[in-house]
Design a protein around this ligand. Structure first.
Ligand code: FAD
Length: 401
């Protein structure tokens, strides 16, 4: 197969616009199709860590990202009456030079805006079919007229449409991590000040945090379950009903959070799931970010994998004249980094929502000791190492502008 000159990207969140930047840098023309009518604002706080910070620095975005960080100052575990039992300055959890927390919508805006000068965006549309032959990937859309591209990249998230069309059903590729999470914006009836408060009962997490970057507070409801319950496929109203059945009378702010949930406009609910695939590419179609290798929110590394993946994929497409070789090199370079970052997710839930009272007490002990030992050891140490476990290639490739 010949060199790639035109790419269609499905999804305009983090992976999609980051890839658009790097494809343009390598002289490749890019079209992005996004099912939402426009870039989605707001959303929860996410982190960019380690090598992803070096990538956004090379994109020239670091000053704007630093100017929009959430400025969260501390984290505390509370009891059912809201009394802070144990707390930490967030600087103890992460190194401020190698970890930046930002609202997802702010990051999407920073990545997306400059790309509109050269990338073609098709909002409110979706791919309905992909046929491949030696001439290219022939794509049909729900709305736009059919077109042919040299390559199609699925950057359309955990429940990727592109992956479904080309690789088949999600279930065999999904690794359920035994938990559900919901997050949504509510009024700040607690009076938080750049603070996250978390309340645990065995296997359950109720949380609230507030950043000056957004109106109101974000509420979090999380729970362990032994096996998938299928609730991720229910309607939002049915999911709200499910959360009510689990969290009513659970203590602390649970009931007020449930009441406020009913009128929240950005309700999010999903299973905590990873995507694990033997191959991310098939012919002229490849996957990027959560679509191909979602590590789950518990790893805290999904956005960083998306950004580093975008840089690496575009670079290999710029370096190789043959698309098959480029995609093979992308997979070879990314796979060890993905593996190590997916592997850290299991300890995330043990930290956030221990399953037993003993587990909650042990976790709190670790937190109390943290100021003395300057680290939360088990999880944050692994996370820091995983986020740096990638060699960013500095050698220029011929296609670079
Ligand atoms: C509660 C929560 C907390 C998280 N915390 C962190 C964190 O601390 N750190 C971190 O790094 N990551 C975190 N993540 C994960 C992070 O949000 C994802 O890993 C990251 O957004 C992946 O980016 P992406 O661009 O690959 O996919 P997504 O952000 O999921 O974007 C997919 C895009 O594709 C679009 N799309 C979907 N279907 C179609 C279709 N059919 N056609 C066209 N477009 C489509 C969607 O509208 C969306 O714009 C968290 C996630 C959640 C849910």
């Amino acid at each position: 197969m010949t060199a790639v000159r035109t790419v269609l990207v499905s999804g305009a969140s983090i992976a999609g616009p980051a890839l658009a930047h790097w494809l343009h840098h390598h002289g490749i023309s890019v079209t992005v199709v996004e099912k939402a009518p426009e870039p989605r604002p707001g959303g929860y706080a996410i982190d960019l860590r380690g090598k992803a910070i070096d990538v956004v620095d090379r994109m020239g975005h670091l000053p704007r990202i630093r100017a929009r960080t959430t400025e969260m100052d501390h984290l505390a575990m509370v009891d059912t009456n809201g009394r802070r039992r144990v707390g930490l300055h967030t600087g103890l959890i992460s190194d401020e030079d190698r970890s930046l927390e930002i609202l997802r919508g702010d990051l999407v805006r920073i990545l997306h805006e400059p790309t509109t000068e050269y990338a073609e965006y098709l909002y409110g549309d979706t791919i309905t079919g992909i046929e491949q032959d030696d001439d290219g990937a022939h794509v049909t859309f729900a709305d736009a007229a059919p077109r042919t591209f040299d390559l199609v990249v699925g950057a359309d998230g955990l429940h990727s449409n592109t992956r479904g069309l080309v690789f088949g059903a999600e279930d065999p590729l999904a690794r359920f991590l035994g938990a559900y999470i919901s997050i949504f914006t509510i009024p700040d009836h607690v009076g938080l000040d750049r603070e996250a408060l978390l309340y645990n009962t065995p296997g359950r997490l109720t949380g609230m945090y507030r950043t000056p970057r957004a109106e109101g507070a974000k509420a979090i409801l999380g729970m362990h379950v032994p096996r998938p319950l299928g609730v991720e496929r229910l309607s939002p109203d049915e999911q709200r009903g499910f959360l009510r059945s689990v969290f009513t009378g659970n203590g602390w702010e649970s009931d007020r959070i449930l009441d406020a949930m009913e009128s929240s406009e950005d309700f999010y609910f999903d299973s905590i799931t990873q995507i694990r695939m033997d191959r991310w590419s098939r012919g002229r179609v490849t996957l990027l970010g959560d679509a191909g290798y979602c590590p789950s929110p518990l790893s805290g590394q999904g956005s960083s994998l998306a950004v580093v993946g975008a840089y690496t994929l575009a670079r290999e497409l710029g370096r190789h004249t043959d698309v098959t070789r480029a995609l093979a090199a992308y997979e070879d370079r990314m796979r060890p980094f993905v593996q190590v970052n997916q592997d850290i997710a299991d300890s995330g839930m043990r930290f956030l929502a221990p399953k037993t009272r003993f587990g909650i007490a042990s976790r709190d002990l670790v937190m109390r000791a943290a100021p003395l030992f300057k680290t939360l050891g088990t999880f944050t140490g692994k996370l820091d190492r995983a986020s740096e476990a990638f060699e960013l290639d500095h050698t220029p490739v011929g296609s670079e502008r």
